[in-house]
Design a binder for this molecule. Structure first.
Ligand code: ZN
Length: 138
């Protein structure tokens, strides 16, 4: 997530109003089910950070506070599968290179905006599976 977004802000602010707190342990129950699954963990961390640091946010500055959270916590501002320059998710992957012997996999891509680069992932061995996609147990 690069931004908190209006939808998330609306959900959170209802919880904040109802519970009078930013503590995710107290307010998450009000809106957790309405959050997108892939965003829920980061939002919980964000609220914990707001709570721990005595921050406040409202309609006028929630993106500013969220950006500060991203900066301070050192989270990457950019999410994979999005161009780090223009945020497009229409990337053209060329090939995946480097067998993950060093625990790293690199995927090169081009974006229509002219940016060309690579995504790098740390990887861990998980399992074997055959060409039909079935896990092979030994
Ligand atoms: Zn781009």
């Amino acid at each position: 997530m690069n931004k908190l977004g209006d939808r998330n802000y609306s959900l959170i602010s209802q919880g904040v109003k109802s519970a009078g707190s930013y503590n995710p342990n107290e307010i998450f129950c009000y809106f957790e089910e309405q959050l997108y699954m892939n965003e829920s963990e980061e939002i919980e961390k964000f609220l914990q950070w707001v709570h721990d640091n005595g921050k406040h946010f409202g309609h006028g500055n929630y993106e500013k506070v969220f950006a500060e959270f991203k900066e301070v916590t050192g989270d990457k501002l950019f999410t994979p599968l999005h161009c780090p320059k223009c945020d497009s998710d229409d990337l053209h992957y060329k090939y995946s290179a480097q067998p993950p012997t060093g625990g790293q996999a690199v995927f090169k891509f081009d974006c229509d905006c002219g940016f060309s680069g690579s995504e790098s992932y740390t990887v861990e061995f998980e399992c074997f599976f055959d060409n039909d996609g079935n896990a092979v147990k030994r």
